[in-house]
Structures are given as structure tokens and as C-alpha cells.
Design a protein around this ligand. Structure first.
Ligand code: MLT
Ligand code: MN
Ligand code: ZN
Length: 313
């Protein structure tokens, strides 16, 4: 099962347009220890030459330009057959608007996320006679091409723009989901947002060949310390990597092939090659994704950077 990381950063990307936090400043200044990253999304080859996007990032057009596997093959012929949404945040749904122009697609999402799309008339640019919205129930496997997909609830929250005074963080109601993807006897678990690693999350990940997990912040209060905002990682629905309950050691003892962080916020020092935080996650058995990383689930040797120099298919 081929997996391509189209984008590896959290909402805002890296560097973020309005930010010179210590990590963004390195990117603006061209420091070779950091690489720019677009907002998180992966493409999975769910059938021969057929690709499913897991989330549609605001950077989707640039991601397609950089990724031959998902470029058009003929007159109005795209290898992208489906889009799976794990929540309704802007960094995960905005790219749907890039996918207008009347190519047949199916968008798979929970009832909550589908309701967000239905309530926002701008998504009507995806004409309903060509783009099907399919509501997925948690815990009920379904097929996309040759892959079997299952949604499962993870602790999370509603999208930022739907937050209210009585916001609940960390309930597993289906506002944020993880996805289990099985194909060719291999298993990928994709969880780009998760507020708590509890026993349910650990059980879901058990036995996977590949885990791509929420790497938004290293320290829970990292954004406050960087002076860019008051919210903690947990308040944003993102368990930190370090500290008590952090994801770094939360999967210790779980049977797992490879584990990589994705959806990394621009304040997170794991973005810096050779930083103590990068070394700490690597010592814990994690790798940090970058844009263009191609991984073959189940093949420990196969993780390489695509040749991004060409846009030819
Ligand atoms: C998040 O992951 O917390 C969101 O992407 C925040 C946002 O929508 O900016
Ligand atoms: Mn996000
Ligand atoms: Zn920044």
C-alpha cells in the first residue's frame, strides 16, 4: 500500500504567513536545518493507479503540482477518486474547493462533517451530480477501490469556527475521527488530530504496519511560550508529544510497525533537524514526516522522498 505525504504541517503551514516565532524565523531566513511544509494531507493508492486523499488541504493545488502520482493522465482524467475527511477544520476541508471543475469524486465523512459541508453553500461548487457526499458511520468498514476503510472516534472537538461557550474537548462523538485503512494485507492508521491517547486509541493502533499521528505541538504550552497565542495543544484538541500523557511514549508496548508524526505546528521544534526535541522523538522510535515522503506500508525499507523536481507524470 503506497502512501504519499502531500503535506505534513498543521493549519497555517510552515512557515505560517504571519509568524516569526523562533521556528518560523529559521524558515524565513533560509536556515538549512528546516524545510517548508504545506498543510497536512496524505494520498493513499486505494486501487491500481487510483488515489484517495485523506483530507483536502488549502495547499492542495501546490501539492498536486509537486506529486506526479496524482496529476491528470488524460483529458479531464484524474487519478484522484475519493476524499476522506477526518474532521471539519479549515486545513482539512478547504482544498475541496480546489477539486471543483466537474470531475467525479466521492467525499466520505461522518454525519457531523457532512453537515458542515451541507451548511456552507460555497461547497456547492462541487456539483452534486458529479461529487457524491457519502456519510460514514463509525466502526462500519466500507470499500474504496481495493481498500477497506473504517472510521473510529478519537477524543477531539468540533472545528474551531463552530466552537461555543460550552465546548467539550476530548469527547469521542465523531467530530474528529481516525481512519483505519487495509489493503493487500497491510494496515495504515491515520490520526492527524487527537486530544488524548486513551486505551481505545491504543487498541485501534495495535497491529498496524504504519501509524501517522498528530504531532501538532511538542510541549502543551508551546504556543504560549513562543508568544504566539494563549491556547494549549490540548485546548486545540491536540495531545502534546512530550510530558505526562504525551504521545511520545503513549504507544510504548503497542504492537506497531512504523510511527511518524504529521500535522506538525510551525512552533514545534521537531521541525528543526538536529534539535533536542527532534532527537527525543527519534530516540522514542518516531520519525517526522515531510512533504513528498512516500511510504510503503509494511515495507520497513521503503520510505523515500519523491523526486519533486518535475511535474511530469
Ligand atoms: C487545528 O488542527 O487545530 C486546526 O487546524 C486549527 C485551525 O483550523 O486553524
Ligand atoms: Mn488542523
Ligand atoms: Zn511560527
Amino acid at each position: 500500500m503506497r502512501v504519499i505525504v502531500l503535506g505534513s504541517a498543521a493549519g497555517g503551514g510552515f512557515p505560517q504567513w504571519n509568524c516569526r516565532c523562533p521556528v518560523c524565523a529559521l524558515a524565513w531566513d533560509g536556515d538549512p536545518r528546516v524545510k517548508a511544509r504545506t498543510q497536512s494531507s496524505i494520498a493513499v493508492e486505494t486501487g491500481a493507479g487510483r488515489w484517495t486523499l485523506f483530507n483536502a488541504s488549502p495547499d492542495l493545488r501546490a501539492q498536486i503540482l509537486a506529486t506526479p502520482a496524482v496529476q491528470p493522465r488524460g483529458l479531464r482524467d484524474t487519478p484522484i477518486s475519493s476524499v476522506v475527511l477526518t474532521n471539519g477544520d479549515v486545513d482539512h476541508v478547504d482544498g475541496l474547493i480546489t477539486l471543483r471543475e466537474r470531475s467525479p469524486l466521492t467525499v466520505y465523512a461522518t454525519s457531523q462533517i457532512t453537515a458542515v459541508l451541507d451548511a456552507n453553500p460555497i461547497f456547492g461548487v462541487l456539483a452534486k451530480d458529479v461529487v457524491t457526499r457519502t456519510v460514514v458511520e463509525l466502526g462500519r468498514p466500507f470499500s474504496i477501490d481495493d481498500a477497506t476503510i473504517e472510521f473510529f472516534a478519537v477524543p477531539g472537538k468540533v472545528p474551531l469556527y463552530l466552537e461555543t461557550e460550552d465546548l467539550k474537548i476530548g469527547d469521542s462523538s465523531g467530530d474528529t475521527v481516525g481512519v483505519d485503512v487495509r489493503k493487500d494485507g497491510r494496515r495504515l492508521v491515520y490520526i492527524p488530530g487527537c486530544a488524548v491517547v486513551n486505551a481505545d486509541v491504543r487498541a485501534r493502533v495495535d497491529g498496524a504496519d504504519l501509524l501517522l499521528f498528530d504531532g501538532t505541538v511538542f510541549e502543551d504550552d508551546e504556543m504560549r511560550r513562543a508568544g504566539v497565542g494563549a491556547k494549549t495543544g490540548r485546548r486545540m484538541g491536540h495531545v502534546p508529544i512530550a510530558g505526562e500523557g504525551g504521545s511520545l511514549h503513549a504507544f510504548d508496548g503497542v504492537k506497531l510497525g512504523r510511527k511518524l508524526y504529521i500535522h506538525v505546528n510551525n512552533t514545534n521544534p521537531i521541525l528543526v533537524d538536529g534539535s533536542p526535541e527532534r532527537r527525543a522523538v527519534e530516540a522514542g522510535g518516531w520519525r517526522v514526516t515531510e512533504d513528498g515522503l512516500e511510504i510503503v506500508a509494511g515495507d520497513p525499507a521503503a520510505a523515500s522522498l519523491m523526486d519533486r523536481g518535475s511535474t511530469a507524470a
